[in-house]
Design a binder for this molecule. Structure first.
Ligand code: C2E
Ligand code: CA
Ligand code: CA
Ligand code: CA
Length: 279
């Protein structure tokens, strides 16, 4: 559902028209959804090499009154196009900080981190750093428990501004992760200049890591790169023990995927955290 460029010639295609109409409907529904708080955050655990849950990734879902639970692929692109990603992203950020605050006084949960996805548009907003700071201050959380997942596409242009802004976020004390790493084209020389804490291997590479020699080589290279830059490396989309073992053997630090847990509503996550062996 990527928007067409302004100068793109567009031939009439009934399927495309259907998509455009559906997106317009989603767009106006999204506005209502924001006002009526129809969004929910699910949290997917991330585990370390010994299987202990060290944190979660916040993944937004839309609890639609008629259509049921809608996944991000069906509304995030529209939210990006309409600019609604700004209030939506801010809402997920605030929600996540509130959750960190709720976990802060129990010893079993006080060290957990929450990773929040930040869209390019959100990151580029002139007030983004201030809004992150305000959310941290309002909730009183320890900033390093908040992890911002930035995507490689941020590095496609305006590099100096991007690096400066990442520096400001780092100065707030938050943790910075580069999401979907390997999909784009960040060079080693660029990576070296970024104040990152973590790289995340995209599930696209993890899926075929045992069967596709290219994907195995890419995963190996990402892990080696992360180690040479002293960055943590997290693999997402880990579905089998064999994938986990291969990545662990290469030196991967953390794992996230259906092998461990799916993204969970907060009640289910809290239950899992209270009794980790029951999962
Ligand atoms: P992502 O950041 O790459 O998140 C990982 C996606 O992989 C999630 O999809 C997660 O549910 C899925 N996943 C996790 N483990 C497995 C596994 O073992 N197998 C498979 N096949 N998939 C797994 P989800 O929740 O549908 O989210 C899709 C994308 O939507 C995210 O990809 C992210 O780019 C975006 N997104 C989600 N929440 C937010 C948000 O709050 N803000 C922004 N800007 N984007 C978001
Ligand atoms: Ca992510
Ligand atoms: Ca991904
Ligand atoms: Ca492949």
């Amino acid at each position: 559902a990527k928007s067409l460029g302004r100068n793109t010639l567009c031939f009439f295609d009934p399927n495309m028209q259907a998509t455009v109409t559906a997106n317009a409907t989603v767009g106006s529904d999204l506005r209502v959804a924001l006002n009526e708080e129809q969004f929910v955050v699910h949290y997917q655990p991330q585990v370390d090499r010994v299987g202990v849950i060290t944190g979660v990734e916040a993944l937004v879902r839309w609890q639609h009154p008629q259509r049921g639970l809608i996944f991000p692929a069906d509304f995030i692109p529209v939210a990006e196009d309409t600019g609604l990603i700004l209030p939506l992203g801010q809402w997920v950020l605030e929600k996540s900080c509130e959750q960190l605050a709720a976990w802060a006084d129990r010893p079993q949960t006080s060290n957990l981190s929450i990773a929040v996805n930040v869209s390019v548009r959100q990151f580029r907003h002139p007030d983004f750093v201030d809004m992150v700071m305000a959310a941290i201050t309002r909730t009183g959380i320890r900033p390093h428990r908040l992890k911002l997942e930035l995507t490689e596409s941020l590095l496609a242009d305006r590099m100096e501004i991007t690096i400066d802004k990442m520096g400001m976020l780092k100065a707030l004390g938050v943790t910075l992760s580069l999401d979907d790493f390997g999909v784009g084209y960040s060079s080693l020389s660029v990576l070296k200049r970024l104040p990152l804490d973590q790289l995340k291997i995209d599930k696209g590479f993890v899926a075929d890591v045992l069967t596709d020699p290219n994907d195995a080589a890419i995963s190996r290279a990402i892990i080696a790169l992360a180690q040479s830059l002293s960055l943590q490396v997290v693999a997402e989309g880990v579905e089998t023990q064999e994938q986990r073992d291969f990545l662990a053997y290469q030196g991967c630090d953390q794992f996230q995927g259906h092998l461990f847990a799916k993204p969970l509503p907060i009640e289910a996550l809290d239950a899992l955290l209270q009794n980790p062996t029951a999962g």
